[in-house]
Design a protein around this ligand. Structure first.
Ligand code: GLP
Length: 239
C-alpha cells in the first residue's frame, strides 16, 4: 500500500482527482470503478472541471460499487441518481457505458447481470473507494467474505444511520444493497482509496495496519499489489 498524506481534505481530494484524470488522459477508453458518498462529491466536481478543460469521458466505461435494494434508478436517493447528479449529467459519457447494479429487480439477478457486464468490459483499470466508519468498502459490511462477488448484503444499523442524512425526513435507508464483492474489487488493476476526516481514523488504521480480517473489510486491500491511499491529517491520525 502506498499511503499519501495530505494536510487538508482539499489536498487529498485534489490528489484523487489528478490520479483519475491522469488515468483517463493516458488511456481514454479506461474502465473506471466509481464510488458514492459525501467524500466523493468534491472529487466529481474536480472531474467535471477537468472535463471543461478538455478531459473526455466519451470512450470510458464506468462501474459503480453498489446500489440500494428497492430503489429504482430514478429514485432521488438511488446511487444512479447520485451519479447522474454529481457526474454523468455533466460529462460526455453515454448512459450505456455506465454500469450500476440495479436496485429495482431481484438482487441475485442484478448481481449476476453486473458481474457479467464487468466480465465483458473489465477489468477495472482504476477503482475509486471510500471507506465506511466500520471499515466497509462498497457495501461490504464487516463479516463479508474476503473472496465475495457482487451480491446482496444486509446493511448494519450504523451504516444506515450514517447514510440517513441523505434521505428526507421520515425516510429511512433501505435494509440492504447490491454491492460489488471484495473479491470483485480486488480484481481491479489499481485501487485508489480516499478517506478524509477524523471520523474515518479508526477504519483507516484497520485498513492499513491490519490484521487482514473480515471484521474490517478494507483490510483485504493489503493483499492487492497496487493500492494508493490518499488521506488528510484527520483520517491519518491513528496511524
Ligand atoms: C457508503 C458507500 C461507500 C462509501 C461510504 C462512505 O456507505 N456505499 O462506498 O465509501 O458511503 O461515505 P462518506 O464518504 O459519505 O463517508
Amino acid at each position: 500500500m502506498r499511503i499519501v498524506l495530505h494536510d487538508t481534505a482539499e489536498a487529498a481530494r485534489a490528489f484523487a482527482v489528478a490520479r483519475i484524470a491522469a488515468t483517463l488522459a493516458a488511456k481514454p477508453d479506461a474502465v473506471l470503478g466509481l464510488a458514492t458518498g459525501g467524500t466523493m462529491e468534491p472529487v466529481y466536481e474536480g472531474l467535471i472541471a477537468a472535463h471543461r478543460d478538455g478531459l473526455s469521458f466519451a470512450r470510458a466505461t464506468t462501474f459503480n460499487l453498489d446500489e440500494y435494494v428497492g430503489l429504482a434508478g430514478d429514485h432521488p436517493q438511488s446511487y444512479r441518481t447520485y451519479m447522474r447528479h454529481h457526474l454523468f449529467d455533466h460529462v460526455d459519457i453515454a448512459a450505456a457505458r455506465t454500469h450500476i447494479p440495479r436496485g429495482d429487480i431481484d438482487p441475485a439477478e442484478a448481481a449476476a447481470a453486473f458481474e457479467a457486464a464487468l466480465a465483458a468490459s473489465g477489468p477495472v483499470d482504476l477503482q475509486l473507494l471510500g471507506l465506511g466508519h466500520n471499515g466497509h468498502i462498497g457495501f461490504n459490511e464487516p463479516s463479508s467474505s474476503l473472496a465475495s462477488r457482487t451480491r446482496e448484503k444486509t446493511l448494519t444499523r450504523s451504516t444506515r444511520e450514517a447514510n440517513a442524512r441523505f434521505f428526507g425526513a421520515g425516510e429511512t435507508p433501505p435494509h440492504s444493497a447490491v454491492t460489488m464483492g471484495i473479491g470483485t474489487i480486488l480484481e481491479s488493476r489499481a485501487i485508489l482509496v480516499l478517506a478524509v476526516g477524523a471520523a474515518k481514523a479508526g477504519a483507516v488504521r484497520g485498513m492499513v495496519e491490519g490484521p487482514v480480517t473480515a471484521r474490517c473489510p478494507a483490510s483485504a486491500l493489503q493483499m492487492h499489489p497496487d493500492v494508493t491511499v490518499a488521506l488528510d491529517a484527520g483520517a491519518a491520525a491513528e496511524l
